[in-house]
Write a protein that binds this ligand. Sequence first.
Ligand code: CTP
Length: 421
Amino acid sequence: MSLSMKIQGLYSQSYLDLLTKIGNIAYDMELKAYTVGGFVRDLLLQKPNYDIDIMVEGDALPYAVKVGQELNAECKLVERFHTAHIYYKDLTIDFSSARKEYYGRPGELPIVSFSNIKDDLYRRDFTINAMAMSITPDKPFELVDLYKGNLDLAEKRIKILHPRSFIDDPSRLYRAVRFADRFGFYLEANTEYQFDKALCINAPKTLSIKRIAAEIDKCFQEKNPLTLLSKYQTYGLLKYYHKSFIEYSHPTFSFGIVSALTTRMKRNFPQISENAIFWALLLSNIPEAEVKQLQNNSGLPHSVGNQVSEALDTWANIENKLQIAKTNFEIYKILKDTCPEALALIYLKRNSKDIENKICIYIDKLASIKPIITGNDLIEAGIKPGPQIRQILDKIVEKKIEGIELTRKEEIDLARTIQNI
Ligand code: CTP
């Protein structure tokens, strides 16, 4: 099947029109433009991929500006790298200039110079990611496969383009394991040899914690994070993130059940973040004194970072309190202000059936028990504002937790009775 037919089968007409429009603008500016990398790989595998990377032979900046104007979309230029991002509807379209890369010191970002498509594809990590598809009207949706990436895709091979690939950019060690796991591919013999060689000289040592964290985070986006993380560990890749992982047995990760747990918790905690649970679980293995620094160095997005901190700060403490809780209301009182990620962490790290039962009762049942009335309803009913409002609402919840069903009117009546006591 031709690439053109594949793309038509996979994407909507409006999406194809968008690519055509971007290609036409390049043509009018006498530029050659291509989609590259994961987009082409996934197209050949017949998997949709909405991360569009556009590469042009020439300067990408004026081209991106023009595309932004024509699409009436926000365009952000990164002049230092000669790249640009366009935010169009819910898509991000990345633009880059075809370039050649020289690596000064291993692990550092490369020195780049403008070049052509041949050099641009050659600087990439693996042959399967080093293919392009022309989008200009003279060669619409034509595959450019200079390094036999399509054959490696068909033969399920991860293959580097040049022997220094892993040394120049050791994050590719993580990427190799990730792509092999995602697609069920194997490392081609020489690639495996260079992979082992790079590990032997501890190549990932030159990576910043932030870059390793980004690779771990990508692992958490995969279908089976547990399997992949265990593979990182088997290859000794996690120890470069933190030394705790030198001696580490992965069964304690319990990542396998995270997805099932998040799905189960979503009903009562729609905002729960699976990503934050993964991070909290991973970081809960790091000594307390070092975890804050490591977390800061990891550059997690703010929202995730906050959820992770809250989960790590509360879980051990809450677990102790839960041990002595006897009634459902006591469990409720202990857990009611706990963030869902901390609840998940307590569940995943529990070491007794008793804790498991208590957490399950809360997440499945108690968390959804709430009064029908609000504090404002109580004030409107003539109850004085102040701390007693919370106490009254708590009392109503307590009755409901005991199994007493109450209508709105009954709740207000009960509130009045409580107030008069
Ligand atoms: N790339 C590379 N070396 C890296 C990272 C990226 O050569 N260390 C190149 C590859 O050609 C890759 C492209 O940049 O295809 C885009 O990178 P990225 O978005 O990280 O990867 P994808 O291949 O799109 O993978 P995914 O499907 O995981 O998003």
